[in-house]
Design a protein around this ligand. Structure first.
Ligand code: FES
Ligand code: FES
Length: 173
């Protein structure tokens, strides 16, 4: 049976975490399925698949997107960053260190989305207010932590990236 044009695989070229990829993808493949299934980057999680939970958040050309709401073909030519791109040389990124030190995760399912959203915010706003942190992270859903530890982790992450001493409230209080 002949495939309809809409089903014909298309070639996409993109950069993920600094590495170039070219692949044939079906037009209906979501970006998160492409990252996880084709590239093996399973750090980006799939929760609701409808843009509500934020678990699939990645950076596309420096801006956060919900990769469950995009098709892989829409990322053709783009530069992506996933949670796997945060650390380097086997070392955690300071944002990841802050989440570990302040217990900003329990099951960890939501964590990649929080990390990527925070990465974007701290790139633009190295010294955010609590309100700005809440705004930036407000689209991410966590079922485990109650958010207070995440907020402490976010404050500590900002301090680490600025090279400041740990802020008041860090240390599990
Ligand atoms: S899986 Fe994409 S927002 Fe929930
Ligand atoms: S740590 Fe479990 S959902 Fe956030």
């Amino acid at each position: 049976m002949e495939r309809s044009h809409a089903m014909t695989p298309r070639r996409v070229s993109l950069t993920v975490n600094g590495e170039s990829f070219e692949a044939l993808v079906e037009p209906r493949t979501t970006l998160v399925d492409f990252l996880r299934g084709e590239l093996g980057l399973t750090g980006t999680h799939v929760g609701c698949e409808q843009g509500a939970c934020g678990a699939c958040t990645i950076l596309l050309d420096g801006k956060t997107v919900r990769s469950c709401l995009m098709l892989a073909v829409q990322a053709d030519g783009a530069s992506l960053m996933t949670v796997e791109g945060l650390g380097s040389d086997g070392r955690l990124h300071p944002i990841q260190e802050a989440f570990r030190e302040e217990h900003g995760l329990q099951c960890g399912f939501c964590t990649p989305g929080f990390l990527m959203s925070l990465f974007e915010l701290l790139h633009d706003r190295p010294d955010p207010t609590d309100e700005e942190l809440r705004d930036a992270l407000g689209g991410q859903i966590c079922r485990c932590t109650g958010y207070q530890a995440i907020l402490r982790s976010a404050r500590l992450a900002a301090a680490k990236l600025r090279g400041d001493p740990a802020p008041a409230g860090a240390g599990g209080t």
